[in-house]
Design a protein around this ligand. Sequence first.
Ligand SMILES: [Zn+2]
Length: 69
Amino acid sequence: MGDLICIEAHDRDWVRFFRDPWDCDWCGLPTRGRVYEETQTVVCSACRKPLLEIDSDPRHYIAFEEDID
Ligand SMILES: [Zn+2]
């Protein structure tokens, strides 16, 4: 049996929304926004309040990136 090393590189259920930081209207912190699975709302990565809603196909907007905040 080999050693099993589990790296939780994908331990999240959201994707980044903005390419460049956006100042959150709620907390004022820069955020790239998050869209959680099963939702169509972009939320602040700091305070988790909604920044905007996606009301059409989100694939037009989202740049799926694998880096982590
Ligand atoms: Zn915020």
